[in-house]
Design a protein around this ligand. Structure first.
Ligand SMILES: Nc1ncnc2c1ncn2[C@@H]1O[C@H](COP(=O)(O)OP(=O)(O)OP(=O)(O)O)[C@@H](O)[C@H]1O
Ligand SMILES: [Mg+2]
Length: 329
C-alpha cells in the first residue's frame, strides 16, 4: 500500500514575518515524523497541496492520502483537499468536507450541538454593534471569531464583564476577523480536551486531558487565551487523566463522542469541553487536530495510555482503512 502525506504550501505570503516561516517549518517537521512512523509498514511519499497535486497522486498511484492540510486561506480552507480527493475518488484519512466545514464554523457546529441535545454555551452571532442592543445573554461574555484556531482572536480581554467593553471588543473583532463575531456565554469551570478515535460502533476516547489555569497570574482570566497559550504557557498545568470522579469522566467521554457523531466526523478529532455544575459543555471541535510529535495534545493523551507516537499514527491509518473498507463493501 502506498501512502502520500499531503501538507500545505507555505502560507508565508499570508502570514507575514516569522509566523509564516515558523508554521511552514513546523509542517515540514510533522510530515517528517509521520513519514518515519509509517515507513516500515507502508511505501510513503510526501506531496504538497499545489496545482500539480492530482497529477502527482495519479502518477505515483497512491492508495491513501494522509491529510495534513488546513488550507491556505478562506472559509473553505479545510475542505479543499478532501473535496478534491472526493472528486478524484482517492481515499484519505480523517473527516469528509461537510464535517470539516461544520466543525470549522463554530456558529454552525454550536447550532447542531444544541439541536442534538448536547450542552454548549449560549451564543449569538453579531454582524454589527447595533445587534448588541437587546442582547439576552448574561455577563461575563466571551467575544470570539467563529472560524479561527490556536486562540487567534481570543485575547485575555475577549472576556468582557460589561456592555462597554463588549461593544469595544466586538467592534475590534469585526474589523479584524471574518464576520459575524460570536458572543458567547462564559462557562466558568474546569477545562478538558478529549481525543476521539474511530467510527460508528468502534469509537473510543483517549485519556482525558485537563487544562489547569489555576497557576496563571492573578490578573489574567482563566481561559486558554492567546496570551495564556503563547506567553504564559509555563503557568499552565496538564493533568492526564483528568482529576474527576468516574461518573464525571464517563459523562465527559460520552459528550465528546456524541458531539463528534453529531457533526458526522470521522477517524479522529479533539473536542474542547468545560464542566460546570456537573454538566460538560462542548466549546468546540477540532476536526483536524495537530499531530506535532512534541506539542500536540492528542499525542500527550495517547502517550498517557502507553501508545507511542508511531503507534498513534499507524492507528489513525488503520481506522481510516477500516472505514474505507466498510464504505466500499
Ligand atoms: N464559552 C466559553 N466559556 C469559557 N471559556 C471559553 C468559551 N469559549 C472559549 N473559551 C476559552 O477560550 C479557549 C479558546 O477557545 P476555542 O477553543 O473556541 O478557540 P480555538 O482557537 O479554536 O482553540 P484551538 O487552539 O483548540 O484551536 C478555550 O480553550 C477556553 O479556554
Ligand atoms: Mg479550542
Amino acid at each position: 500500500m502506498k501512502i502520500a502525506i499531503v501538507r500545505d504550501q507555505s502560507r508565508a505570503e499570508f502570514l507575514p514575518g516569522e509566523e509564516g516561516i515558523q508554521e511552514d517549518r513546523q509542517h515540514k517537521i510533522t510530515m517528517g515524523h509521520i513519514k518515519e512512523a509509517l515507513k516500515d509498514t507502508y511505501e510513503v511519499i510526501d506531496l504538497i497541496m499545489d496545482h500539480n497535486l492530482i497529477e502527482n497522486l495519479d502518477r505515483e498511484k497512491v492508495d491513501l492520502v494522509f491529510n495534513l492540510c488546513n488550507g491556505i486561506k478562506g472559509e473553505a480552507s479545510l475542505i479543499q483537499l478532501p473535496s478534491l480527493l472526493e472528486f478524484e475518488d482517492i481515499d484519505y484519512t480523517g473527516s469528509a468536507p461537510l464535517g470539516h466545514g461544520i466543525a470549522y464554523n463554530k456558529i454552525y457546529s454550536g447550532k447542531i450541538f444544541k439541536a442534538s441535545g448536547i450542552a454548549t454555551p449560549g451564543f449569538i452571532q453579531v454582524n454589527s454593534i447595533e445587534e448588541l442592543d437587546d442582547i439576552k445573554l448574561s455577563f461575563p461574555l466571551l467575544v470570539k471569531p467563529k472560524d479561527e484556531g490556536s486562540s487567534r482572536g481570543i485575547q485575555d480581554d475577549s472576556l468582557t464583564f460589561d456592555r462597554e467593553s463588549l461593544i469595544e471588543k466586538v467592534k475590534e473583532g469585526l474589523e479584524t476577523y471574518n464576520p459575524p463575531m460570536m458572543v458567547m456565554e462564559y462557562i466558568e469551570g474546569t477545562e478538558f480536551t478529549v481525543g476521539v478515535l474511530g467510527n460508528g460502533d468502534d469509537i473510543r476516547i483517549l485519556p482525558i486531558l485537563e487544562i489547569d489555569f489555576s497557576r496563571l497570574p492573578e490578573e489574567l482570566n482563566k481561559i486558554y487565551s492567546f496570551e495564556a497559550k503563547f506567553e504564559y504557557d509555563k503557568y499552565i498545568t496538564y493533568h492526564i487523566p483528568a482529576r474527576v470522579d468516574e461518573e464525571t469522566y464517563k459523562k465527559i467521554s460520552e459528550t465528546a463522542i456524541k458531539a463528534f457523531n453529531s457533526l458526522g466526523l470521522r477517524d479522529y478529532s479533539r473536542v474542547d469541553i468545560r464542566l460546570k455544575d456537573g454538566v460538560p459543555y462542548v466549546i468546540e471541535i477540532n476536526s483536524l487536530p495537530g499531530l506535532d510529535r512534541y506539542n500536540s495534545d492528542i499525542i500527550k493523551m495517547a502517550e498517557a495510555e502507553g501508545m507511542d507516537y508511531d503507534t498513534l499514527i499507524k492507528t489513525i491509518v488503520n481506522i481510516s482503512k477500516e472505514r474505507i473498507r466498510k464504505e466500499r463493501a
